[in-house]
Design a protein around this ligand. Structure first.
Ligand code: FAD
Length: 376
């Protein structure tokens, strides 16, 4: 991660914001299963949403690395429910890259201020890894699209007021990849409703849920980019999504390890003989974390330089999420039975990182991509 004086100052001010405005309330939000919209507004007010967006659209026009600092610090703090990374660095880029000037003017300032909370809806009850098999349709009717279908496991499903929805527009029947389009559905569109806020193993305050479209009417001007290009747009933007996921995994492992080593040293100081510490195991964990960090920093650098990161980010996504799950499980061993208590953050991290190998493309899919790139 970048370490200029400006980056360090930004990191410190964001940490201070987190410790005052987010962390003191986070346990309560976890219990309530949702983040208040007000917290999103505070993030926006302080410039912590979409900081890379150009001034013309209300942003601060900072480099991407500032966004990555935000994602990293939120993961260090265990704040997974308020998915600023998803909003700023996964969904907003669809609008920025594929939206026309009017769409950008209409939506990006709200994304920066926190008045608009974003979601991206690809997954369906019968379509996860294979996005070409989605069934949600968008049929043109005059100046509108009529959308029918259901989406599931959508992050920010309950709070979002602008959703980028992957739909079949049947532009080209010759290939399942050529008939997907991305259409923005705004809160309040006729025929759009929300289903359950899903109760998950972890990420309790994240409103991951269901979206329902029944003859949902949206203007054709809400189409992002060109009809039939949605699959290719998603493949392009999924690379940054996988990078964000890797940053979260790496930071989760680092945070868990740091709290565990502090606990270990304290316990050792108290000379509790029942705690059989495997110091070699901790040394191995530290080594894994260092390897992950070095690889991730070089990947971030490549991405910012505009290099093709498909193979490397697929490697980082599966390896860092596996590593975080392994390390956090080992950290819990060091806490012994206390690690299983809600009093210790390591237990919550254990639940939270379990999602990392699943979303943004499962780890099995990452390995298939790497295999293809290797020609095997
Ligand atoms: C917490 C959370 C948040 C999410 N947020 C979003 C969101 O905001 N928007 C959104 O659209 N989706 C979201 N998802 C959905 C997520 O992207 C999907 O769960 C993921 O794509 C996998 O799809 P699936 O669960 O249907 O599994 P499937 O695709 O059905 O796969 C099942 C299993 O088979 C394996 N598998 C599938 N195909 C292959 C293959 N070709 N080769 C080898 N193995 C294979 C998979 O790795 C997996 O282990 C979220 C999921 C979670 C858990």
């Amino acid at each position: 991660m970048q370490r200029s004086q400006e980056h360090l100052l930004f990191r410190e001010s964001f940490k201070s914001f987190l410790s005052q405005e987010i962390i003191p309330f986070y346990d309560q939000w976890e219990k309530e299963g949702i983040i208040p919209k007000d917290a999103w507004k505070k993030m926006g007010m302080h410039g912590y949403l979409c900081p890379w967006v150009e001034k013309e659209y209300g942003g601060a026009e900072l480099g991407l690395e500032y966004s990555f600092i935000i994602t990293e610090e939120m993961a260090y703090a265990g704040v997974y429910g308020l998915m600023a990374g998803l909003h700023s660095d996964i969904v907003a880029p669809y609008i920025y890259s594929f939206g026309n000037k009017e769409q950008k003017k209409k939506w990006l300032p709200g994304c920066v201020s926190g008045d608009i909370i974003l979601a991206v809806a690809m997954t369906e009850p019968d379509a996860g890894s294979d996005l070409s098999s989605i069934r949600t349709t968008a049929v043109k009717d005059g100046d509108n699209y009529i959308i029918n279908g259901e989406k599931v496991f959508i992050s920010n499903a309950i709070l979002s007021n602008l959703i980028v929805v992957a739909c079949k527009t049947e532009t080209d029947e010759s290939s399942p990849y050529k008939n997907i389009s991305l259409i923005c559905v705004e809160d309040g569109s006729p025929g759009f409703s929300r289903g359950r806020n899903l109760e998950k193993t972890g990420w309790h305050s994240q409103d991951t849920g269901e979206l329902i479209f029944r003859d949902c009417k949206v203007p054709v001007s809400n189409l992002l980019g060109e009809e039939g290009k949605g699959f290719y747009y998603m493949m392009e933007k999924l690379q940054q999504e996988r990078l964000i996921s890797s940053i979260m995994s790496q930071a989760a492992a680092e945070a868990a390890f740091q709290m565990t080593i502090d606990y270990y040293k304290k316990s050792k100081g108290l000379n509790q003989p029942e705690i059989q510490i495997d110091a070699t195991g901790m040394v191995e964990m530290a080594t894994d974390i260092e390897i992950g960090r070095t690889f991730l920093n070089s990947l971030i650098h490549d991405h910012i330089m505009g290099k093709d990161i498909i193979k490397k980010v697929s490697m980082a996504k599966w390896w860092t999420s596996d590593m975080a799950n392994r390390i956090i499980s080992q950290c819990m061993e060091i806490y012994r039975d206390y690690g299983y208590l809600e009093d210790y953050q390591v237990g919550r991290l254990f639940r939270d990182v379990r999602a990392h190998p699943i979303y943004a493309g499962t780890n099995e899919i990452m390995k298939r991509i790497i295999g293809k790139k290797l020609g095997i």
